[in-house]
Design a protein around this ligand. Structure first.
Ligand code: FES
Ligand SMILES: [Fe+2]
Length: 362
């Protein structure tokens, strides 16, 4: 084994880089309107805006003239205008106008980085990998051609969505391990999310880790009024349901029986800060009568019930973030201290994270 590889193998997962050759989520579609928006994805400052057709564009958030942030500027048609001296940039990252350019001067040939970006299922997905888009043989190009993971339930009429934003001062590995370790239902007992998880099976390949737990769920969504279980604990009854959790690099997805599906879409900011979007779906699949109603009514119902699990979801996030941030603090105080982990799923998850970074550096 080369010494570089050896160094990576022994590298601490808490200071691990990301593999940038994947689609990450930098925001919700609704967060980008008619002003440039500044986002950070793994230490890269990015400005996101909509051009005159409403198409999302993403550029490096840096004016090449004096290195200030382009996100302080304005959108003029299809161009982004810097706040300082009014230089303009097109969606190729090229300078397309300088307001005081003399007749005998040429436009500067400066160019800033352009990011592949897509809007899909209510979210903005960005590919931070360094892609030479003309190089079809490059493995990065192949990853770029893959579609973002997506959230197919987002527009589906049978699913009611709730979104909660996770902002935690911790490395992304702590968040993923929290999401994959269903033994932490203990922390959420007052929210009655799930109980008695027991690991049944782990499957892993180069891109994902799928873990099956058996568990008890408090919720059964089989009548239209069952949704009120989200608000009234007295209506909940424990019953067994399979609990699947998957780390589909770099995101996470889970199902509890057939009533609930949850996604966590990641935007790692740096080694000690992570943003993520948690999306909870309650399924209306069991109500076949509902499916016969006109589409406009079903859409109205879906939109009216949007956010119905907000209190539950936000409550779970606060509890999780507190634990995750404490883990990070303890790690920074003493990086050598070892954990005593019993859950094999976390070994698989750490292996995938490390392999993803190692492959990139081979
Ligand atoms: S710094 Fe942007 S135009 Fe001068
Ligand atoms: Fe949790």
């Amino acid at each position: 084994m080369s010494s570089v590889l050896q160094a990576i193998r022994s590298r601490d997962v808490r200071s691990l880089d990301i593999n940038p050759n994947h689609w990450y989520v930098i925001g919700r579609s609704s967060e980008v309107k008619n002003q440039p928006v500044q986002v950070t994805l793994w230490k890269q400052a990015i400005v996101v805006y909509r051009d005159r057709n409403g198409e999302i564009q993403a550029l490096e958030d840096r004016c090449p003239h004096r290195q200030v942030k382009l996100s302080h500027g304005k959108i003029i048609g299809d161009q982004l205008e810097c706040a300082y001296h009014g230089w303009r940039f097109n969606n190729q990252g090229e300078c397309s106008g300088v307001p005081y350019l003399a007749d005998n001067q040429k436009l500067p040939s400066c160019k800033i980085k352009v990011y592949p970006v897509k809007e899909q299922d209510g979210f903005i997905w960005l590919f931070p990998g360094d892609v030479e888009t003309q190089n079809f043989a490059s493995p990065n190009f192949a990853s770029l051609q893959q579609q973002p993971m997506g959230v197919p339930e987002w527009n589906h009429l049978n699913y009611i969505a709730t979104v909660s934003i996770i902002k935690c001062q911790a490395h992304y590995s702590y968040l993923i391990e929290n999401l994959m370790d269903m033994y932490h239902g203990h922390l959420h007992l007052n929210y009655q999310a799930w109980a008695e998880a027991a690991l049944e099976n782990i499957k892993e390949d180069d891109n994902r880790v799928d873990v099956l737990y058996t568990a008890q769920s408090y919720y059964k969504i089989d009548k239209i009024w069952s949704i009120s279980q989200l608000f009234f604990p007295a209506l909940r009854r424990l019953h067994p349901e399979p609990l699947n959790v998957s780390y589909i690099y770099p995101h996470w997805m889970s199902t509890l029986g057939s009533d609930f599906k949850i996604y966590c879409l990641l935007c790692p900011i740096n080694e000690t800060e992570t943003k993520a979007y948690l999306i909870h779906f309650t399924s209306l699949n069991a109500f076949w009568r509902l499916h016969k109603l006109p589409v406009w009514f079903r859409r109205f119902l879906k939109n009216s019930l949007f956010g119905s699990a907000q209190k539950l979801l936000d409550g779970l996030v606060v509890q999780d973030v507190k634990m995750i941030e404490e883990e990070q603090i303890a790690y920074l105080e003493n990086p050598q201290r070892k954990n005593y982990e019993l859950n094999k799923a976390l070994v698989s998850v750490q292996r995938l994270m490390k392999n993803k970074v190692e492959k990139m550096e081979e």
